[in-house]
Design a protein around this ligand. Structure first.
Ligand SMILES: [Ca+2]
Ligand SMILES: [Ca+2]
Ligand SMILES: [Ca+2]
Length: 472
């Protein structure tokens, strides 16, 4: 299968699942004064419409706070659950360059291999200093929402959640930014809107509005991995020419499960001018469920979910809020699509006959104290290691060296698998983190943990997958 027009578009949707175990009158649109605030930095923003609050930065850095600490909190206003997460992709760029390696990876883990802005033509990124290259955040009720609600929003944006420090100017700055983002919502670059007449054109004069799927809050930005410096600092790869459009959204629905979820949509567009094949995409996350030393990981390969839970009944961080520790996970809702004559896929929230969505194809985790190495940042060796990981193998720097993970306990103990720790920790059945040959938690050194979802994209010798990206 070939990519038509050297361009691929993939959209997939991920939900973050979290389970707890355990007014003033405003003027009309035209009267709102749009002003910038020195306190408000549209480089960063926060999805915080419900019981989750999560930082995001317009270069793609995700779930990490501006002061370089944990960046997702649950329940909102209490403990953290993620130190940092990101999207990772890897594949072969068929540019026939005499010196550059074809196998490349891009995305974000502990370093951010992407920069703000679009790619305007093959090899040419947008100037990230252009004023419109920023992060956009809207909420559907920004005109009528109370100062009290925005006070909490401002506290999280500016003062680490401390509402006592919030002044009226902070509240006004937040409301003004919502208004500015509403009016400047970049539909021309891909930001979602309600296209009532279905013509693909944003027509606010005809009553069309920014947003999607009745979401109460939406964040949108675009970044790319066309920048050589940041791409190299990631895992030593040259740029792949991929533009990444990110939409995050959530619902303020107390009492409803939606109140405990946020949604992400990633659009990857190949603007390199060349074909890319044998490509994987993965959700990477260093989860820190409060105290990180007692965390355990798991996956559900039938539900396409990876998750973290506490290895002990109590966790010091959540205990300080009088709460039992939650669990937290990432679920793949709508993967990239491939041709499948007898099937129907979901693409851009619509049914698409004769295609199907790809499932999670592998899961990887790094338990505390494990001898499994990390991919090396800033070196091409790291690209090879990461590609092996994405393929569900140990992160060796030789992609021909296939070393699968083994189930650590349960009926398939010792057998190779692409889905380690897919047992049931509630009932204690199957392969479970911290049990059997899996390392017990708390083994020093207290290393971080990562997990990923990956997708194969075309037949590649040795990969064992035969799938295709949607042409576009
Ligand atoms: Ca329209
Ligand atoms: Ca913990
Ligand atoms: Ca961790």
């Amino acid at each position: 299968m070939r990519f038509a027009n050297n361009k691929i578009l993939k959209v997939f949707t991920v939900a973050l699942f979290i389970f707890l175990i355990c007014q003033r009158v405003l003027p009309k649109d035209s009267d709102i004064i749009i002003q910038s605030s020195p306190k408000y930095e549209p480089t960063y923003s926060m999805l915080n419409i419900n019981n989750i609050s999560s930082w995001i930065r317009n270069d793609g850095q995700s779930a990490h706070s501006p002061d370089n600490n944990e960046g997702i909190f649950y329940p909102r206003g209490t403990g953290y659950v993620v130190y940092q997460d990101g999207l990772v992709w890897g594949g072969y760029v068929r540019d026939n360059h005499p010196f550059l390696p074809r196998l490349r990876v891009g995305g974000q883990t502990y370093r951010v291999g992407t920069v703000p802005g679009r790619i305007v033509s093959p090899g040419v990124p947008e100037d990230p200093n252009e004023p419109h290259v920023r992060i956009y955040r809207i909420r559907s009720n920004y005109q009528t929402v109370s100062d009290k609600v925005l006070k909490r929003d401002a506290a999280e944006l500016f003062y680490g959640g401390d509402t006592a420090q919030v002044g009226q100017s902070d509240i006004d700055a937040v409301r003004s930014q919502y208004a500015a983002d509403w009016y400047e919502w970049p539909t021309q670059y891909g930001a979602p809107f309600y296209d009532k007449n279905g013509n693909g054109v944003f027509e606010p004069q005809s009553g069309e509005r920014p947003g999607l799927l009745d979401a109460d809050q939406v964040i949108w930005f675009v970044c790319n991995n066309q920048d050589t410096g940041s791409a190299f600092l990631f895992y030593g790869s040259p740029p792949m020419g991929i533009e990444l459009q990110v939409t995050l959204w959530g619902y303020n629905r107390p009492g409803n499960a939606l109140h405990q979820l946020v949604f992400k949509r990633f659009r990857l567009i190949n603007k390199s001018g060349y074909k890319i094949d044998s490509m994987f995409v993965g959700q990477w996350s260093d989860t820190d469920l409060g105290q990180y030393t007692n965390d355990l990981l798991g996956c559900d390969s039938l539900l396409d979910v990876g998750y973290v839970y506490n290895g002990e009944a109590q966790d010091a961080i959540f205990q300080s809020f009088g709460l039992p520790p939650p669990s937290f996970g990432y679920g793949l809702l709508s993967g990239p699509i491939i041709s499948a004559p007898q099937d129907t896929a979901i693409f851009d929230f619509q049914k698409k006959p004769h295609f199907k969505n790809l499932p999670m194809t592998s899961f990887w985790y790094k338990p505390a104290g494990t001898p499994i190495p990390d991919p090396d940042l800033g070196e091409y060796k790291g690209t090879l290691q990461m590609y092996n990981l994405m393929n569900g193998y140990w992160p060796f720097s030789d992609t021909t060296r296939i070393n699968p993970y083994l189930h650590g306990c349960g009926p398939f103990e010792g057998n190779p698998t692409k889905f380690p720790v897919n047992g049931d920790p509630v009932y204690g059945t199957g392969d479970i983190d911290g049990a059997g040959c899996n390392l017990p938690f708390g083994s020093p050194p207290y290393s971080y943990i990562q997990w990923s979802i990956y997708h194969a994209a075309r037949r590649h010798a040795g990969s064992g997958f035969c799938t295709r990206w949607r042409n576009r």
